[in-house]
Design a protein around this ligand. Structure first.
Ligand code: AMP
Length: 280
């Protein structure tokens, strides 16, 4: 598996592939890859001649008290997974390669970054937008793949490419889960055995909400409260938010008429987990 660390190398490779007539798919990640990431690479391999996976734990999207230093890393495992999934190259830059010390340009989404996760992670999405737009400029892929697991991120990236006229097709991919419903996440490694068990309550709460919606309930607050009640049956769960919002602007809904995004962020010990369901 070819791993390149410089911008020059990745640009040269992409140029060569494009001259050979290959389309290029791109999967941005922070590494410590699992089946969720793999599903994105699989989708990219199906739709493109060549696929690049970036592995970069982006300092700009971590708050000062967050887990930047201890975020899990395992490049050997990631190389194997990328190889087996059929990716053509890994781009694994250092923070110094990505960020010039004098850099002062920012990219922020004023509206969408303040909702949901943005309330407790105020600089997170400007960090995401900055790194993703830089990676888009470096790689210039035809298509880029993002997980529905990070629903707010996907909405913001789609908005960003529209707002900035970036000519890259953004493809959203479904959430991959463990057998008991827990959404796969690199951060699941932080969970103790008891927390791991308790964390299944997120999926159970989303499933219960779906049932209630299927039965005809339209009041968003009823659905939200039902999810809160279920999550609170787990004493280890510390709720950051439980929200029912519209799927494009991420604004809280009163009535659920044309669908909704049910989104939760809950900590179990030192693992802050997010999960969601698009209901339509
Ligand atoms: P991360 O490495 O956590 O930044 O994630 C990189 C990409 O993988 C993002 O687009 C995530 O939404 C996606 N991803 C992470 N976990 C999952 C999952 N369980 N199912 C689908 N996509 C995922």
């Amino acid at each position: 598996m070819r791993v390149v660390t410089t911008i020059k190398e990745v640009r040269e490779q992409v140029k060569e592939w494009k001259m050979q007539g290959f389309s290029v798919g791109f999967v941005p990640t922070m590494g410590y890859l699992h089946e969720g990431h793999q599903s994105l690479i699989d989708a990219a391999v199906k739709q493109n001649g060549r696929v690049i996976v970036s592995i970069f734990v982006n300092p700009a999207q971590f708050g000062p008290t967050e887990d930047l230093e201890c975020y899990p890393r395992d490049l050997d495992h990631d190389k194997k997974l990328c190889e087996e999934a059929g990716a053509g190259m890994i781009f694994h830059p250092s923070a110094d390669t990505m960020y010039d010390r004098q850099a002062s340009t920012t990219i922020a989404n004023e509206l969408l970054s303040n909702a949901l996760c943005g309330k407790t992670r105020p600089a997170h999405f400007s960090g995401v937008c900055l790194v993703v737009s830089k990676l888009f400029h470096i790689i210039a892929p035809d298509r880029a793949y993002f997980g529905q697991k990070d629903a707010q991120q996907l909405v913001i990236i789609k908005r960003m490419v529209k707002d900035l006229n970036i000519d890259i097709e953004i493809i959203g991919c479904p959430i991959i889960r463990e057998e008991d419903g827990l959404a796969k996440s690199s951060r699941n490694i932080y969970l103790s055995q008891e927390e791991r068990k308790a964390a299944t309550v997120l999926y159970r709460a989303l499933q219960q909400a779906k049932k209630t919606l299927d039965a005809g309930e339209t009041k968003a607050e009823k659905i939200r409260q039902q999810m809160v009640d279920m999550i609170q049956t787990e004493p280890r769960a510390v709720i950051d938010y439980v929200e029912v919002v519209d799927q494009e602007r991420l604004m809280p809904l009163i009535n659920i008429e044309e669908g909704a995004l049910l989104a939760v962020a809950v900590s179990f010990g030192k693992a802050r987990l997010i999960d969601n369901m698009m209901y339509s």
